[in-house]
Structure formats: structure tokens, C-alpha cells
Design a protein around this ligand. Sequence first.
Ligand code: MN3
Length: 214
Amino acid sequence: MLADPVYPFVLPPLPYAASGNEPHVDAQTMELHHDRHHAAYVANLNAAVKDHAQVAAMPLSAMLAKMGELPDAIRTAVRNNGGGHANHSMFWPVMGGSGGEPTGEVGAAIARDFTSFAQMKDGFGKAGLGQFGSGWVMVLVDEGGKLSLMARPNQDSPLMDGKRVLFGNDVWEHAYYLKYQNRRADYLAAWWNVVNWPAVNERYQAAMGKRLAI
Ligand code: MN3
């Protein structure tokens, strides 16, 4: 999402039908993942900050960037649920596409920074597979447009380190277990078929213009 979410946080609707990523990501997984898991992060984040006016006044990117300054009583809740809200708000719009080769400036940046799309997918897959337990694998974009890979545990977000995510994939079991069971590698490989490269290019343009909030 390009805009910076503010309190009271709301669950953004899926930008396509729950079946929009079939057969690679099944509709039931999408419904549960969006309507239950993401919704819970939003509800829990609202509950955590509602009695902390100074924190509630911050947009989500600032809450995550200033994690160390948050009150002890709510820091873990904001980390888990604010991170979850940011990660999933990024995630839905970069799916729903038709995959294929990356296009536009993102295609050029991938070729420049990873040698080739095939090399990037290989590194992304290894990072996603190597993330023990729950977490995310992401491509980061710096202020100069340079791309890099990062895996993070749980709902930790690179925004907590002042970094920006170009796109990423959720490797929590809730993202794939109904269809792929324990075969995370198969899910990671299939996911490329639903990546929305035009949407990723929009995020890249926003990052270049310092307009990419989360
Ligand atoms: Mn998830």
C-alpha cells in the first residue's frame, strides 16, 4: 500500500476476488488469510494503541520505525500486529497478477542487481525456504532504487529498520498449508505465477519519489 495507514486502522479489501490467485493460491486460503489473519492483526493493533494517544496519533510507518521508543506495555503488540498489518497491506496488491517476466523499471533493476530474474528467484526461494518457522521473504528497495533480498521472522518488518519493501512473500504456514501442506518450496515457486508486476512497478515508482509509506 502506498498510503500510510492511520488509527483507527481498517482491513483493506482484497483488490480481487478470493479466487483471483487460483490455482496457485486457493480461494479458501485467501479468505482465511485475509478475513481472519489480517483482520486479527488490525483488531489487535487498534486494541493495543487505543489508550495510548501519542502512539495512536502516529501513522503506521512511524510506529514501526520508532519501535524502540514505544511504551513497554504495547511494544510487542505493535511489533507483531503493526508489522502484520503493514506486511499484509503490501502483500495483497502485489498478487492477483499474471506473473511472467518482470516488466518496466523493476525488470531492469532486477537484471542490474541480481544478474537475472532467474538468479533473483533462486535467491528469493532459498531465503524463503531458509526462514525457520514463520516469517517473510522480501525484496527491499533503497532510496537509489537498488534492490536486495531479506528474510525476516514472524511479522517483523524492514520498516522497523527504516527500510522499504518493494514486494515480498508470506512464508507463514497459514499462507500455503491447505494446498501445499509442508511443501513450502512448491508454494514459493508457484507464487511467481500470480505476481502483479505492474503493481510492483507502482511501488518502485513510489519508492523513487519517497512516497512509499509501507
Ligand atoms: Mn500472513
